[in-house]
Unconditional design. Structure first.
Lengths: 303, 258, 334
């Protein structure tokens, strides 16, 4: 496509073909850094793949259905009890944190004055950034000792919910604040009471985002160790009451580590890790799917 | 600054059979025109006619949009900017661009204007003179000479836009492209930018995209009317605005659409 | 470019809207202190209540007095006259978190710049989830992977190599690194990976919110992409990038389990950069059991917890303040 009619005699304007060292360096540097920087993605991708591959490699060969489901209290190779334990912990913790987080978030978004709301938001953010061990430590003092629940399922679940609540709180808050202004004003302006607006109009719009937040909080909760280890103790059987001891998947991994590679628990730890990763990845995928649907729906609101 | 001599066919910038295609849709179709030295050409047309796309092909900014294919050639002083081995970085130094909204960088007024010179590591003394000159040419010097180290954000909208013009001028381009530079400005600021453009058109080539026919009437020497990607009519401003030859042009001028 | 804001979806993995409604400008749905309103406002106080309760409880447990020798580095709770000097733990927390955040920021910047500027949109869309997945892995799994897989490699290959080549540098000489690989390098490695999703996400969002016009103006002056990035986009996104640093540091500083598994859990200063030591979070986690008998021991742990909490809170508040606008703040999952 080169059409050079007659190159300009003024050297300054053969600029299109400037071959000075400086220009070549600038353009070359840009080109090379453009190749190098994306390679840094590997720093993130390789460890992930490595972890997933390695855990699978350790766990899958010996993983059987019995292992997953079996609940024999003295077997060193069955995960049924811890799975039930994780499940029950998550059930109680999720319920509690959804209730607290949802109501709290909605209240912050809709009912509080702007100043109060920003203070509340700040505390929620502070809580999110708190190291999980401190929440566990706090739970130990308050629920295990002071309330007298002992090292139990309920202490663990409530402590876990304190960890999960701020995530749901913030998501609910954002979800309701993101309801398009014109919809909110139209609803309230036509005389709807705040509760009616919240229930009938805002919630359906905010729902996907809230679900996203809940699943995300669950993904985080299921992988937590410290807060629960500090507030529960391992039981051999599935918990029978709220005050019974409970053992759970992350504890299995932690115990397996502590006992070293000689112990039979070590292999079990990998299988627990594998199951955990499956759950976490599954939750993450669900979150993305819900988020994608939400995006489409929200675009419709702006037509 | 020495008077820019032209390529053999007399123009600084020439467009030959330019088409821009995206997927199956031709955004621009077979446009050819020349831009003579010391001129201000207004590119007008209804929304969606391709005038912004057109102007962006003149300094290879169209490449920033993925999926666009450019056919034909754009000749700067006789050399095709789309030719083999021509790096867009070099093209843009000679064909500058001012955008619709003022886009000052988060730095001082001086550093904004000096940006194009800093990246090629010009000598400090040369930068000083070039910045002063550019601010004068952009008509901003008197207003800012007191404190060039002030943040550019502290300027008004109109001043920021003139700073953007100065910034583009500092690297001494022979062509300046302006994509609706006054649409975000109030009438007083608009008027100052317009007088700056008029002055500059005596020194370099300006290509002005505008949806404001009145503006075209005020500042331009020639008008190019685009419609649906075609160059419908091109000619001196008076002729196009008062005695358009093509019915489409007529309709646009009289406000039927656009 | 549509006007519809993209949601804070996938836990904030998608870019968040700059057009999100501004929370502060919003007035509440009505006024008046009805009982109903008061009651429904109560759940909003839960986070505040928890934070306050935590501080109160910890203060109470610490009995509002510092044990003698608190700021020393002698930590010996098990001897006849126990000592509770926390110097080691504080140092250990910083010694692990600071290099980790430095690395996570450097890599995060690289990935952020590479992904937004040099890769086509669909490629970076494809690669971003992998970085986010790093955040989802439970820290026990990091720990066990670190201990079983990476540790021996560090112990057998990386550390000895560094030691043999760099032992003349201050801090690199002395005791040769352990074969197990436990110690600072391994901990820093894991913490970097754990902080990376935060830094990458926040930096990426900050860079993506640079207005297109600004970016193009830089290019239109004949600058290369790198030059625009370095001289325009990064200065413009300063706040977002700084907040990435603070929040990522908070994450690394408070990380408990993974660090506990690879740091060696030894209450002494590391002999050199390869040495083993302890961090605040790890020591609390691992010694609560042992501390149950002694009220002084618990008191010491509560005081450590207070310091850890205080630093975390400050870092988080500063980090969040830096993020302009309500939208970027709501990155759930961080």
């Amino acid at each position: 496509m080169t059409t050079v009619l007659s190159p300009h005699p003024d050297l300054d304007d053969n600029i299109l073909f400037d071959r000075s060292a400086r220009t070549r360096w600038r353009i070359g540097f840009d080109r090379w850094i453009g190749r190098l920087l994306p390679l840094l993605f590997l720093v993130a991708i390789l460890p992930i793949l490595g972890m997933v591959y390695w855990v699978s490699e350790q766990a899958l060969p010996t993983l059987t259905w019995t292992i997953i489901v079996g609940q024999s209290p003295y077997a060193t190779d069955q995960l049924g009890v811890p799975i039930i334990g994780t499940f029950e912990l998550m059930l109680i913790a999720t319920l509690l944190s959804v209730v607290l987080g949802l109501f709290g978030g909605v209240a912050t978004a809709e009912l509080l004055s702007p100043r109060a709301a920003s203070v509340v938001r700040m505390t929620a953010n502070m809580l999110v950034g708190t190291p999980s061990v401190i929440i566990g430590f706090f739970g130990f003092f308050v629920f295990v000792l002071y309330f007298g629940w002992g090292l139990s399922l309920i202490a663990g679940a409530v402590t876990l919910s304190m960890f999960m609540t701020p995530y749901i709180f913030r998501t609910a808050d954002l979800a309701f604040t993101s309801v398009p202004r014109h919809i909110r004003e139209a609803a309230l302006g036509s005389g709807a009471a705040p509760t009616q607006y919240i229930l009938r109009i805002a919630t359906p719009i905010a729902l996907p985002q809230i679900l996203t937040g809940i699943f995300l909080a669950m993904a985080i909760g299921v992988g937590e160790t410290a807060p629960i280890v500090l507030t529960t103790t391992a039981g051999k059987l599935a918990p029978t009451s709220l005050t019974s001891p409970v053992t759970f998947l992350t504890a299995i991994i932690w115990d397996g580590f502590n006992q070293g590679s000689g112990s039979p628990f070590f292999v079990l730890a990998f299988q627990a890790a594998f199951l955990l990763m499956v759950v976490v990845v599954a939750l993450n995928i669900v979150v993305r799917v819900v988020a994608a649907r939400y995006q489409k729906r929200l675009e419709g609101l702006y037509q | 600054m020495s008077a820019p001599a032209a390529a053999t066919d007399g123009s600084v910038l020439s467009v030959r059979n330019l088409s821009v295609v995206a997927k199956e849709h031709r955004i621009l179709d077979d446009i050819s025109l020349d831009f003579p030295p010391h001129s201000l050409t207004a590119v007008v047309g209804p929304s969606g006619c391709g005038k912004t796309t057109f102007v962006r092909t003149l300094n290879r900014m169209s490449e920033l949009t993925p999926g666009l294919r450019v056919e034909g050639s754009v000749l700067y002083l006789g050399q095709d900017i789309y030719g083999r081995g021509v790096n867009p970085v070099l093209v843009r130094r000679r064909i500058g661009m001012v955008f619709q909204r003022p886009t000052v960088f988060p730095m001082s007024i001086f550093e904004n204007a000096a940006f194009g010179l800093r990246i090629v590591h010009e000598a400090e003394a040369d930068i000083d003179t070039a910045v002063t000159e550019a601010l004068q040419r952009a008509g901003l010097w008197d207003e800012v000479k007191g404190d060039l180290d002030r943040s550019a954000m502290s300027l008004s909208g109109g001043q920021q836009q003139r700073l953007c013009i100065a910034r583009a001028l500092a690297v001494r381009p022979r062509v300046l492209l302006l994509d609706e530079p006054t649409s975000a400005l109030d009438p007083a600021a608009t008027q100052r930018v317009e007088s700056t453009m008029e002055r500059l058109s005596e020194e370099i080539v300006l290509v002005l995209v505008t949806h404001n026919v009145g503006q075209a009437a005020r500042v331009s020497d020639r008008v190019a009317f685009l419609h649906s990607g075609h160059l419908v009519e091109l000619g001196p401003t008076d002729e196009i605005l008062e005695r358009p030859k093509d019915p489409l042009t007529q309709q646009f001028i009289t406000g039927r659409f656009g | 470019m549509s006007q519809a804001p993209a949601p804070a979806s996938a836990g904030g993995r998608e870019p968040l809207p700059t057009a999100a409604p501004e929370a502060p400008a919003r007035s509440s749905s009505g006024h008046g202190l009805s009982v109903g309103r008061l009651l429904s406002g109560i759940p909003a106080l839960v986070p505040a209540a928890i934070v306050v309760a935590m501080v109160v409880v910890l203060l109470e447990k610490s009995q509002l007095e510092l044990l003698p020798g608190f700021f020393s580095s002698d930590w010996n709770p098990s001897i006849a006259h126990p000592q509770y000097g926390i110097g080691v733990f504080v140092a250990g927390s910083f010694m692990t978190a600071i290099p980790a955040i430095a690395l996570a920021m450097a890599i995060g910047l690289g990935i952020g710049i590479g992904g937004t500027t040099y890769l086509p949109r669909n490629v970076s869309r494809l690669l971003d989830p992998f970085v986010d997945l790093l955040a989802g892995i439970p820290s026990v799994v990091y720990g066990i992977w670190g201990f079983v897989v990476v540790g021996p490699y560090f112990g057998a290959v990386t550390n000895p190599w560094l030691y043999s080549h760099l032992h003349f540098l201050p801090g690199f000489g002395g005791i040769p690194p352990q074969a197990s690989g436990q110690g600072l390098p391994l901990a820093i490695f894991l913490l970097t990976l754990m902080a990376l999703p935060i830094t990458t996400l926040l930096i990426r969002d900050a860079l993506r919110s640079v207005p297109k016009d600004l970016w193009e103006s830089g290019l239109a002056l004949g600058a290369t992409r790198w030059e625009v990035m370095r001289r325009v986009a990064i200065p413009y996104s300063r706040r977002g990038i700084l907040s990435a640093g603070f929040l990522g540091f908070g994450r690394a500083f408070g990380e408990t389990v993974a660090v506990a598994m690879v740091i060696g859990s030894v209450a002494s200063f590391p002999a050199n950069v390869f040495g083993t030591t302890y961090t605040m979070a790890a020591v609390i986690f691992q010694t609560v059991d042992a501390a149950q008998g002694s009220s002084n021991y618990l008191q010491a742990l509560a005081e450590i917890a207070l310091i850890l909490l205080a630093i975390s809170l400050v870092v988080n508040i500063v980090g969040r303040r830096l993020i302009t606008g309500f939208s970027s703040e709501q990155i759930s999952g961080l």
